[in-house]
Design a protein around this ligand. Structure first.
Ligand SMILES: [Zn+2]
Length: 243
């Protein structure tokens, strides 16, 4: 009703819709998300400013924060930037032979230190680094963690990565968090799964309500008696709740 783009009976992307829905709720409650890139002394200061500018339920439930550290090759200075997040977009590598991934491996890959081949000017010594070593860490954990598996890729060609991804009922993200982060344990709360291919498919969802798991398939809602929510191989968006 709000956006023609999401008209009935067209192929849509659940992740795109989810982000649209969250931002629309936020906008109707308190106005547009107020975020601008600024310099902060530390993660907590950046977080406090972000929270005070966005005092809404979407921030309370879904927002977290990541810090990215860049190392200058010349003066060895480490500069840190802080960004609020509503979800993590985890790439899946494409192999010639379909294989099974573990969610933890996707996270490991996402948070590993990497060399980015982009020019970057160091604030301290003004040296223009041709490439930069960058490491990201979670500095604020959200109440609900949304993990989006990037199954749909545009490059080198448009395709769906159909590899199976397994995910645990209890997830601890401690190893991806800064040292002072306290609550890093999560329990599985919902799964959106995609079946089919890039140009045609169907979504189903699993969600837990009052300790019972349900399976949502269009207008048919059933109890998930066989615990399919733990073994659906088409997982596309996974929701965890902080313990
Ligand atoms: Zn430098």
């Amino acid at each position: 009703m709000c956006l023609n783009k999401f008209k009935y009976s067209q192929q849509q992307d659940a992740h795109e819709f989810l982000l649209y829905l969250l931002s629309e709720i936020q906008q109707e409650l308190v106005g547009k998300n107020k975020y601008q890139k600024e310099e902060f002394q530390n993660a907590l200061e950046a977080w406090d400013v972000y929270r005070s500018r966005n005092p809404d339920i979407i921030t309370d439930l879904f927002a977290g924060q990541i810090a990215s550290k860049s190392h200058c090759l010349k003066c060895k200075e480490i500069s840190e930037g802080f960004d609020p997040i509503l979800d993590l977009n985890l790439p899946l590598s494409k192999y010639y032979i379909p294989r099974e991934f573990k969610l933890q491996d996707c996270l490991q890959n996402y948070f590993k230190e990497e060399q980015i081949n982009d020019a970057w000017k160091c604030d301290k010594c003004q040296f223009v680094n041709k490439s930069v070593l960058r490491k990201i860490q979670i500095t604020q954990t959200p109440k609900y963690l949304i993990l989006h598996l990037k199954r749909f890729t545009q490059f080198p060609k448009s395709q769906k990565i159909t590899d199976e991804v397994t995910y645990p009922e209890i997830l601890d993200i401690k190893q991806f968090c800064a040292e002072n982060v306290e609550y890093t344990k999560y329990t599985l709360k919902g799964v959106i799964s995609h079946m089919g291919q890039l140009n045609g498919g169907h979504y189903v969802a699993y969600a837990q309500r009052q300790n019972t798991w349900y399976h949502f398939d269009d207008n048919i809602v059933t109890k998930d008696k066989n615990n399919q929510h733990l073994s659906d191989k088409g997982a596309y968006i996974i929701f965890y709740e902080q313990l």
